[in-house]
Write a protein that binds this ligand. Sequence first.
Ligand code: CA
Length: 476
Amino acid sequence: MIKKTIPLLWLFAAGFLSAAPQQPNIVFLLVDDLGWGDFGCYGAEFYETPNIDKLATEGMLFTNAYAACTVCSPSRAAILTGCYPARLHLTDWIAGHNKPKAKLAIPDWKMKIDHQRVLLPEALKEAGYSTAFFGKWHLMPNGQPDMAEHFPTKHGFDINVGGREWGQPKGPGKYFSPFGMPNLDDGKPGDYLTDKLTDAAVDFLDKTKRDEPFLLYFSYYTVHGPLMAPPELVEKYKKKAETFKNTKNEFLEPRRAGMIESLDISVGRVMAKLEELGIADDTVVILTGDNGGDHDKTTGGLRENKGFSHEGAVREPLIAKWKGSIPSGTTCDVPVTGTDFYPTILDLAKLDLRPEQHKDGISIVNLLKDPKATLPRESIYWHYPHYHRTKPYGAIRHGDWKLIEFFENGNMELFDLKSDPNETKDLSKENPEKAAELFKQLVAWRKSVDAQMLTPNPNYDPNASKKKRKRKPGKK
Ligand SMILES: [Ca+2]
């Protein structure tokens, strides 16, 4: 007995064992359809986000952070797996668009993440983390027999509040009670979804054990449509819009501004709870979005928005805070993407990386220590073999260069994002050598990840999209 006890006491005395967690807690805040220009710290003047702006002053703000896809589900899958949507064959929002008369036929893509993959929450769980999911999931094969096998709790989360197949609130009251979501208290009439999810997240924080690190994955339904905000906030922004000088061509939509402010209030409540519990300094906070804003005036001037193919579709706010480890009030301009969160979070938690899992992500911890550092990566990629607001496309960013290839006709656009961040001038004709070099890389990358391609559509009808749909009698 003595032989066993002494080494244990020695370990306690040496500080190797203590009541405090050895690894940081992780609070991952994922906002739906978040535009690059939606926060004050990213230039917004109409929308008010004091708590998020404070987070930026306490941490690092990224100016070239990307979502891995222009729409929801693939981007979310990339965060959880560390793999590009192209590699996962999960390349569109679930359940996606089908355009049976389009020039190209879309591939037979997957509406779920394969269970043999070890997801970020599963990796953290193996390392002793408790894992909790709140909000929008949207990673279930909607209507298929195995749908129930793909709840968040089947992919590594101990707790799921609100996650189901929905890509937006579809309960009877949508953003207002009743919500019709798993494990979420419907509350009373007038209760607002973002507030109720925040209540649940804060309650989770209250109940966490101090000797067990946690992952709080808060995946907001907001600011995806339908645009619905608490009436007092809608009123506030209606009044503000009356006299607001819109010098930056912002989207003066009082309901959306109210949704953003309710998000900001939620972030403030989570931060306040971490402080109250005395665990703020032991907690990494990461805030980002899943794809661009759903309106072209939400992207801080970047071209296009969600569902398209240019920067406004995929460039996202990203703020990371960890007091004492991430230098406060700093800005990083190095391009990073959604696949990087998995290895980065493992690295922050001092866990072994799992390159066989997060195949397309790299740890950006060296940037989180020094925003002027470089990453051992030359290019990042997108692959969207689907029709949405855009036509099917692929893209590569290499340094300041970006090449977009449109699959229907092989057209390419080349931009220098340093001199032309809003992609106003296509340089592909002026600089065909650079376009060819990037195209070659893009093609090689697609092969390396086994990307699914479109095929000629035998049912192609060039006039289909031009035909006006016949309106049913009585419908406007
Ligand atoms: Ca989205």
